[in-house]
Design a protein. Structure first.
Length: 439
């Protein structure tokens, strides 16, 4: 079984090492040996250490490698949209099976890849695109295929989980925690894709597509990052018995017209410390699945890194190689449900709202009136820095109000916050965070 490897960075090198170290076991599991036909890279002269591979296998002609008749399976660990999309479409249309870790491409244009796979008759596997080594996508696609999944909630980005865990443990601010993550190698030099939620949003789209048999793209996912989460937010969460996590949430629901829909969102949220996801710390990932028959399931492990990701890649390679030897292909994309994606304004959750307000009589009543006008029910109110002391703004005569609501539509909360910002008694709306996972 001949393999073309596109990319030989951190993940690609681990794939090569695992293919070498486990060659006999892999051959026994598949029924035929795996051989590397070629490795496409950007630069031939780059130092790749003591990689156990013939240097003659390296090439800068990825497309030429893909088109070779002796290539059975294409493994793509380059990332990005182009030229990866063109390469994989070419491979799939030619009947070759593809294993990819490219979550951005799958979320951006998974439809094109699935259509090319159907046209060519090969397999498209992508377990490594979400949550690294955690076996997650195949259980959603195969093991739970006979069940109805209602909700998927996950921590799917290790960088942001490390940052938020550090803030929770030490009281550090976002900038300090990010600096530590960068020094330890958990954050890239440009961490935008992670801290602004782009990486998690791509993974959320893939999870929702599989869970709900509906095509969901990155543009369908409501996305917020963690850059606005403050040490004060973390302390307030602790006071409520909660912690803050960047969550990807995909859920079934019903729109105002009574039609079944799906909601897909990524944002920071407070969750009770009793929730299974609350204890997921450091750079680990975890995904919590709720289904009709299976009930609650949790998948946990290392969500990134060369070796964990390569493990998932090799698992897919074994599966597609077996299929090719047997002359069969895996089930194609399942998008029969074709559910509409509900706008974020209709998403239902609770909210934690922090306000700096004037410290004088009648303020609480005025603020409560704004919530009432928008049908947002208040669950609890906590007031601090009263009695003429200095509030969070540093001005004498200010007070802090922390309000936690009952479940309400996101649009209603947004309208409430908009009106609050226009009141002369409200100095500032210092924080708005969603609260998930509680009663």
């Amino acid at each position: 079984m001949r393999l073309a490897l596109l990319g030989c960075g951190t993940v690609g090198q681990e794939v090569v090492r695992l293919l070498h170290e486990q060659a006999s076991d892999l051959a026994a599991r598949i029924g035929a040996p795996l051989e590397i036909a070629g490795i496409a890279v950007r630069r031939l002269g780059r130092d790749r250490g003591d990689l156990p591979v013939d240097p003659a296998l390296f090439t800068t002609d990825a497309l030429g490698l893909i088109k070779r008749d002796d290539v059975d399976v294409v493994i793509e660990v380059v990332g990005g949209i182009e030229p990866a999309r063109g390469w994989l479409v070419e491979a799939l249309r030619a009947g070759k099976s593809v294993v990819t870790a490219n979550k951005a491409l799958l979320a951006e244009d998974g439809v094109a890849l699935h259509e090319a796979a159907a046209e060519g008759g090969g397999d498209l596997y992508y377990e490594a695109s979400v949550a690294g080594a955690i076996p997650l996508l195949r259980p959603l696609r195969e093991s739970l295929h006979g069940d109805r999944i209602n909700r998927v909630t996950g921590i799917v980005n290790g960088t942001t989980n490390f940052i938020l865990s550090a803030m929770d443990a030490t009281g550090a601010g976002f900038a300090e925690a990010l600096e530590e993550a960068t020094e330890l190698g958990y954050a890239e030099a440009d961490p935008t894709a992670d801290v602004e939620g782009f990486d998690a949003a791509a993974k959320a789209a893939i999870l929702a597509s599989l869970a709900f048999h509906t095509r969901v793209g990155a543009a369908d996912v409501h996305r917020e990052g963690i850059t606005e989460v403050t040490a004060a937010d973390v302390a307030s969460a602790q006071a409520m018995g909660c912690t803050i996590k960047l969550l990807c949430i995909a859920a079934r629901g019903v729109d105002p017209a009574g039609r079944e829909t799906v909601s897909v969102r990524v944002h920071p949220a407070m969750i009770p410390r009793s929730h299974p996801l609350a204890s997921v710390s450091d750079a680990f990932n975890a995904v919590f699945v709720e289904a009709d028959a299976a009930g609650q399931l949790m998948f946990y492990g290392r969500g990134a890194g060369g070796a964990p990701t390569a493990s998932a890649v090799l698992g897919d390679v074994v599966a597609v190689a077996r299929n090719r030897l047997a002359g069969v292909r895996a089930a194609s994309e399942s998008a029969y449900a074709d559910l509409a994606v509900r706008p974020m304004g209709e998403a239902l959750t609770r909210y934690h709202v922090s306000l700096d307000v004037a410290d004088r009589p009648g303020v609480l009543a005025a603020v409560a009136g704004v919530f009432a006008r928008h049908d947002v029910s208040i669950a609890t109110v906590r007031q601090g820095s009263a009695g003429g002391s200095t509030g969070a703004t540093g001005r004498a005569g200010d007070a802090e109000l922390v309000i936690v609501t009952h479940v309400a539509p996101d649009a209603a909360l947004a309208a409430t916050v908009g009106e609050l910002r226009g009141l002369d008694i409200v100095r500032s709306v210092t924080s708005v965070l969603r609260v998930e996972g509680g009663a």
